[in-house]
Design a protein around this ligand. Structure first.
Ligand code: GSH
Length: 202
């Protein structure tokens, strides 16, 4: 059976959603991060970064959430990868953009606002990250005007990966009212069975 290391509330979350979209049964393995189980010799042989997610499918081991989702799509749900070269390229574009351009500032905000004690919080860091995140919301909002999905006219890996990142903003309680097209799309994604199942599992 497929095994996935990493909780639904980490970068592994999007891989849980992907496994649900593929309709695969899998074993969700949690690591005791507080006690550095992710840095144990055993885990480092699977993922030398000591981070989650890591997916094991038979003898095959893979890490990096976007690469895991790409692998799962290639093997179990190729229709999520696009039907033309151009669609495949744009799905890759939005997936990479979400991880490389969009997510880092949201993670910075998450760390500062959730994990750093209030007395030690750096409000300048939050303010700067917030300004960059709003630029990304604007890009996504403009793109989603008159669109149902990020690429083409069907659900793809671009929707899954981008929604998993945009959702961090919702989790932080950011006011997304200025981005109605992005919000409508995000709500549609969150209403999918896969996202709901993973959110309910917590
Ligand atoms: N780019 C990686 C990010 C992985 C990542 O940062 N995982 C965090 C949890 S969200 C982690 O395992 N952190 C533990 C650590 O840094 O020690 C991916 O998307 O898979």
């Amino acid at each position: 059976m497929i095994k996935l290391y990493g909780s639904t509330r980490s970068s592994a979350g999007r891989c849980h959603v992907m496994l649900e979209e593929c309709g695969l049964k899998y074993e969700a393995l949690k690591l005791d991060m507080a006690n550095k189980q992710n840095k144990s010799r055993e885990y480092l042989t699977l993922n030398p970064n000591g981070k989650v997610p890591t997916l094991i499918d038979g003898d095959f081991v893979i890490w990096e959430s976007i690469a895991i989702n790409r692998y799962l799509a290639e093997k179990y749900k190729p229709e999520l990868l696009g039907s033309t070269i151009e669609e495949r390229a744009l799905i890759e574009q939005w997936s990479v953009w979400s991880l490389v351009e969009f997510q880092p500032d949201l993670v910075t905000m998450l760390i500062q606002m959730v994990f750093v004690p209030e007395a030690r919080r750096d409000h300048l860091i939050i303010e700067k990250a917030n300004a960059r995140v709003l630029e990304k919301f604007e890009i996504l909002n403009t793109h989603m005007r008159n669109r149902e999905f990020v690429v083409a006219n069907y659900f793809s890996l671009a929707d899954l990966n981008s929604a998993s990142v945009a959702n961090i903003g919702l989790g932080l309680g950011m006011n997304l009212g200025d981005y109605p097209h992005m919000m409508d799309w995000l709500m549609r994604m969150k209403a999918r069975k896969s996202f709901k199942t993973v959110a309910e599992r917590g």
